[in-house]
Design a protein around this ligand. Structure first.
Ligand SMILES: [Zn+2]
Length: 262
């Protein structure tokens, strides 16, 4: 490990509101700061957690919030919830809409509802000039089809937990999006390490997706923002760059995309 002192990392995707953090959330934030994490974007998955992430952002200076409805939560949500979420999005520490997107792994029968919520949140993102955080699981083409339906929306944002191939990466890069990989980039059998090298350094973000997707060597444990460091180290290793270079670039990217304070 390189010296900690000048490393500044942004975990662009976590779910700190999850009950798994209830026992030791203060310590989790402290460990993140010790690992060089200077900002954590914590994402809501429904209306209730949209309120919760804002409370966390108010409590912890390094925590920022994304508000929205996750594709696997649409069945129990109402489109009217997005009106309240639009109000919440005006909070100064809300820096993104999400997470939204589509997920056919969990349930394809809600595809039409997922699409409605996705489009509504893309519109909200454009209207409020906030980046959108896109979740994709076995729904890559459907997401591109939706984006093709709203060609005039001025969108920016990130495809988080990227799991597609190089061609797909180029397609979303051409649309102006950023890309981030979770701990799955560190898994031995994963092709994602190779795919990740196709992402220009100025479009790459780091994320944990904690408490899920723990990177090697923490696999099997609860994930937490401090472990974003292992993901940064993996990018450094596969690109043959220094940890400092990866962190400097991805932190700059996250700051400019989400407008985090310096
Ligand atoms: Zn997530």
């Amino acid at each position: 490990m390189e010296n900690n002192t000048k490393i500044q990392i942004i975990d662009s995707h976590a779910h700190l509101q999850w009950p798994k953090f209830d026992e030791d959330r203060d310590a989790v934030i402290e460990r993140a700061q010790e690992a060089g994490v200077v900002a954590i974007l914590t994402l809501a998955t429904d209306l209730q957690t949209s309120h919760e992430v804002i409370r966390l952002a108010e409590k912890y200076s390094i925590v920022y919030a994304g508000v929205g409805i996750h594709p696997t939560d649409v069945a129990k949500a109402e489109l009217a919830h997005l009106d309240e979420i639009a109000q919440l999005a005006r909070h100064p520490k809300v820096v993104a809409i999400g997470e939204t997107g589509m997920d056919f792994y969990w349930d394809k029968t809600t595809a039409a509802i997922q699409e409605n919520f996705f489009i509504a949140q893309l519109e909200l993102s454009a209207k409020l000039n906030l980046p959108v955080v896109i979740h994709n699981r076995e729904s890559g083409q459907a997401i591109l089809d939706v984006l093709a339906k709203v060609p005039d929306l001025p969108l920016k944002g990130v495809f988080h937990c990227f799991v597609e191939d190089v061609d797909y990466a180029h397609t979303v890069l051409d649309l102006g999006f950023h890309i981030s990989f979770t701990g799955n980039i560190t898994y031995k059998k994963s092709a994602l390490a190779e795919i990740s090298t196709a992402i220009p350094l100025d479009r790459l973000l780091l994320e944990t997706d904690s408490p899920f997707m723990s990177p090697v060597p923490m696999r099997g444990k609860r994930n937490e923002p401090a472990y974003v460091r292992h993901i940064a180290e993996k990018h450094a290793e596969i690109r043959k760059l220094s940890l400092q270079t990866i962190c400097t670039a991805t932190t700059r990217n996250a700051r400019s995309l989400f407008g985090f304070d310096d």
